[in-house]
Write a protein that binds this ligand. Structure first.
Ligand code: OAD
Length: 362
């Protein structure tokens, strides 16, 4: 594995941009790092969600990770903390706007390069750019009833109840119960609405796991030629397995595996990744677009992609590059002001590690 930095290794980084432009069957896996510039902190970095949980509940002996473990939710105090955090996280995610990185992946998808885009993120920012995502850990945009299993949209009204430390009750169950009681039938429990996210030790969460498994099977059949991973510390067991499997297949097909992340990952990944680019993912995405004209039409891209990087530099007019820079700066400006607004909201929350839904893949 080669570790690269945008400035020090500019030529290699540009070569990777061209590999991406040439790739036809990519798979992308993203994590919290692609959303940080929208104002949603990641989990494990300094100042991240896990640290914020500790600050918010200094007297509680619960870690951020445990707060997202279903088995800990039997404890009333922890359950209250969890729901409060969910309510606050909802407000944070609804205030956030997609980042430069989200738009970049959307452009790759529009150019039919991506077979599957997997994300560990629950912020659902992909939906805001119409990017189809396989949500490995579920989404904060829905709640489901733990009784009748009905799934409905997560709304501000639900969030307000969660913020008080309780789950909202299921309307469907309430109506069904009213009918039952009117006809003199015995009482049933009314279900609680839960955020539609994957928790550790949530043994009921099999539907999502099966769907993910299908997607991966499909990828392995389709001879994927590029694997791009961005903004993740690669700490979740199921995701590690997913990446190892996909990487093996990409290498078998003669393709490359690239990680773009601010911080480095351990030696265990040396044989999995071909390159690790240590960079801000937005900055890197902007650079790929500058190098290759990826934000231009497919026709132009296809033409340019077959040229060498040297000739391409000549081919792209300065006007185009300037325009792309302007767009990127605008994206950053938007993200920046959103960032400030979100910080002002002084969100304090907790968050927990995820169940390994793809663990069964091994
Ligand atoms: P982490 O917080 O563990 O890792 C985020 C990674 O992104 C870190 O390595 C950062 O260095 C990097 N990063 C942050 N900002 C970046 C930027 N602007 N550009 C590039 N890299 C950046 O988050 P995940 O790996 O996504 O589960 O965490 C995986 C899962 O653990 C989450 O999905 C979550 C948590 O339990 C659930 O929400 C259910």
């Amino acid at each position: 594995m080669q570790v690269l930095k945008i400035r020090e290794n500019a030529r290699n980084v540009e070569e990777i941009s061209w590999q991406i432009a040439r790739a036809k069957k990519m798979v992308v896996v993203t994590g919290a790092g692609i959303s940080t510039s929208s104002g949603i902190p990641d989990f494990r970095s300094k100042g991240g969600l896990y640290e914020m949980i500790k600050d918010k509940f200094p007297n509680e002996k619960v870690t951020g990770q445990q707060l997202f473990d279903k088995s800990y939710l039997n404890n009333e105090k922890i359950r209250k903390m969890f729901y409060t955090f969910m309510g606050e996280l909802y407000s944070l995610t609804t205030a956030a706007v997609p980042t430069m990185a989200h738009r970049f992946f959307k452009r790759l998808a529009d150019q039919k390069k991506i077979i599957h885009y997997y994300t560990q993120n629950i912020d659902n920012l992909e939906a805001a750019v119409n990017l189809d995502a396989v949500q490995l850990h579920g989404t904060m945009s829905e709640v489901y009833c733990d009784m009748c299993k009905l799934t409905v949209q997560f709304t501000e009204m639900h969030a307000e109840v969660f913020k008080k430390g309780f789950p909202p009750q299921c309307n469907e169950c309430q109506q069904r119960e009213a009918t039952r009681q009117a006809s003199g039938k015995r009482k049933h429990r009314i279900g609680d609405l839960q955020p539609n996210i994957t928790l550790y030790n949530d043994i009921d969460d099999t539907t999502r796991g099966a769907y993910i498994q299908n997607c991966v099977k499909n990828d392995l059949r389709k001879k994927i030629d590029y694997l791009l991973i961005a903004g993740t510390s690669l700490k979740v067991h199921g995701v590690k397995n997913l990446i190892r499997q996909l990487a093996k297949s990409v290498h078998h097909n003669g393709g490359k595996v690239v990680l773009v992340n601010l911080s480095g990952v351990g030696k265990e990944w040396n044989t999995v990744f071909d390159y690790q680019i240590l960079a801000d993912v937005d900055e890197w995405a902007g650079l790929v677009e500058e190098h290759t004209g990826l934000d231009k039409t497919q026709k132009v891209l296809t033409g340019l992609a077959n040229k060498t990087s040297k000739s391409v530099n000549v081919s792209i007019s300065k006007g185009c590059v300037k325009r792309r820079r302007k767009d990127r700066d605008q994206d950053r400006e938007n993200a920046g002001s959103n960032n400030d607004n979100n910080k002002k909201k002084a969100l304090k929350r907790s968050k927990v590690e995820v169940l390994d839904v793809v663990e069964t893949l091994q």
